[in-house]
Design a protein around this ligand. Structure first.
Ligand SMILES: Nc1nc2c(c(=O)[nH]1)N[C@H]1C(S)=C(S)[C@@H](COP(=O)(O)O)O[C@H]1N2
Ligand SMILES: [Mo]
Length: 310
């Protein structure tokens, strides 16, 4: 399957002064193949949540056009038809919004969205996103490392896992009126994965606030895992001693595991994961271990037999 989209005009998304500067900057980034620099410029002394080195992006990775990013989505709370989600999601109201962080923490918190948005500087992260279904995109996210938020609530020594829970609002999310999945949608990470500086809470993309269909107002992005781990519209983050059960594990335990690291060597029971369709391209690409982020994250799994995890 090939999807064709027209390149959006930058002016459709951002004020001209901003996009002109950004376009220049992004061209430089994709030309040098280096991303993730913005957060490092002018930020104060590190607390361990910063990227040690910028995440590298292969030269042949160009940004997926905004139109594809915002009109070809997975969001079962609205529909299982990717191309109508952007229309159905117009009904959703991401404000006001509160995020609850609790469980195995010294300092449980309930934060208003604006409080959260003003707390840490917004960074730009250009990441590849690989869906378990075999397609991928390159998306310029805006957001902050989840690590900042976790440090704020001070995990207890029993906190081994982090569960992220989506909103449940069937009045605005018509897909939730049917038992497609166990609502609310949820997924989880091991705490060291959640603390890794590549793991972010996205609050925007392409320099504008996050569109509803992409998980407004807060969504997880874990670029080395299959896309379903990147929970949208998060209302609660719960730290726990026990490994949480994700919506997809619960729905199909023989097809979806807890780790879900991108791994071309481990096929999905119903299809191969060796290749992927980069949206907008004709030829398939080879899928890379950890979605190309092995250098940054492989050490998290030393001693684990990854062929046993999917
Ligand atoms: N709440 C919720 N989050 C979700 C999903 C979902 O159905 N519901 N789909 C996941 C899947 S399968 C993918 S591939 C990505 C898609 O993100 P995008 O639509 O922003 O590209 O969101 C993930 N997060
Ligand atoms: Mo996905």
């Amino acid at each position: 399957m090939v999807f064709k989209f027209n390149q959006p005009k930058p002016s459709e998304i951002t004020p001209p002064a901003v996009w002109k500067a950004r376009r220049h900057f992004i061209q430089q980034l994709t030309a040098t193949g280096v991303v993730g620099l913005l957060p490092l410029i002018g930020s104060r002394a590190g607390n361990g949540c910063e990227l040690a080195q910028p995440a590298s992006l292969n030269k042949t990775n160009t940004l997926t056009p905004l139109k594809s990013v915002t009109r070809y989505n997975n969001y079962y709370e609205f529909s299982n038809n990717k191309e109508v989600i952007h229309l159905l999601a117009q009904e959703f109201n991401p404000r006001p919004w509160t995020l609850q962080v609790d469980g195995e923490v010294e300092q449980p918190l309930t934060l208003e969205l604006d409080e959260l948005l003003s707390r840490w500087p917004t960074e730009e992260r250009i990441y590849r996103m690989r869906c378990v279904e075999g397609w991928s995109m390159v998306i310029p996210w805006n957001g902050f490392p989840l690590c900042h938020l976790l440090k704020l609530v001070r995990p207890t020594s029993r906190a081994k896992y982090v569960e992220l829970i989506s909103v449940e609002r069937p009045s605005e999310m018509i897909g939730q009126r049917r038992p497609v999945l166990e609502w609310p949608f949820r997924d989880g990470l091991r705490i060291d994965e959640a603390m890794h500086p590549l793991t972010i809470i996205a609050t925007g993309l392409y320099g504008a606030p996050l569109p509803n269909q992409n998980g407004a107002p807060l969504r997880l992005v874990v670029p080395w895992k299959y896309g379903f781990k990147s929970v949208k519209a998060i209302v609660r983050i719960r730290l726990s001693e026990q490994q949480p059960l994700s919506s997809w594990q619960q729905a199909a335990p023989s097809e979806y595991g807890f780790y879900a690291n991108v791994n071309p060597a481990v096929p999905h029971p119903r299809w191969s994961q060796r290749r992927e369709n980069r949206i907008g391209e004709l030829q398939k690409r080879r899928t890379l271990p950890f979605n190309g982020y092995a250098e940054q994250v492989a050490s998290l799994y030393s001693g684990m037999d990854l062929s046993q995890h999917f």
